[in-house]
Write a new protein. Sequence first.
Length: 271
Amino acid sequence: MSVVSADVLPGGALAVEEQGAAELSPRARLWPSLVAVYRAQLSRARVARIPLLFVATFQSIGIMILMRGVVDGGGEARAVVAGSAVLVVAFVALNLLAQYFGQLRANGGLDHYATLPVPPAAVVLGAAGAYASFTVPGTVVTAVFGCLLFGLPMTHLWVLVAVIPLAGAALAGLGAALGLLAPRPEFATLLGQLGMSAALLLGVLPAERLPEVVRLARDLLPSTYGVEAFARTFGGDPDWALVLGDLAVCAVVGVISLAVATWAYRRAAVR
């Protein structure tokens, strides 16, 4: 058997050069990739997360029933209802997302996403959006139940259309960052639980009853501004400028937290 060099074959060298110069297919654009990841995460997590959503909803409703014995009405009732509604968002978007990314990093799931031609931001935003979407029914049910329990008006419940995605983005970005930066999945679970506990204690309890130091910590929690925006709408004549200001803070924090989560994803994916 004889071996013939590629140089003596007709057009052999040219074919090799053309193959080497062939361009790779371009990476997928952000928006189509985000939609694809969102749909995949939504279908994947639907069965597993629905029971946990019921847990989050019943937890918030139980807290309102307990607080009904010590809170009669007024500003404190508004804080309890608003905080309990946003707590559903914190349970899913912060706690569960931190656990999900922590487990994804531990079991090598990030390697699968790293092989896909999708931008890192699409993975983070798609997963965050899917988890935040599960909070919509529970948040609405909690808000309606709270209004009936404390006798609050339901005229401006439509503001949840803005509160849920903005507070969800801020908390989901924080949860994803905690899960991706935690060295072990156990730490990711712990950090997610601590974050949800902070949202519970600092969001549901009326700010007037908290010490000054704790109030400062409350101001650093992203969910606080979603709670404040929602609570302000229960008044007879809401100050919409303050409501929009709180929602704007949620939006800014959401952009920052999702950017940090995207950076943490890139950092974890290359290790």
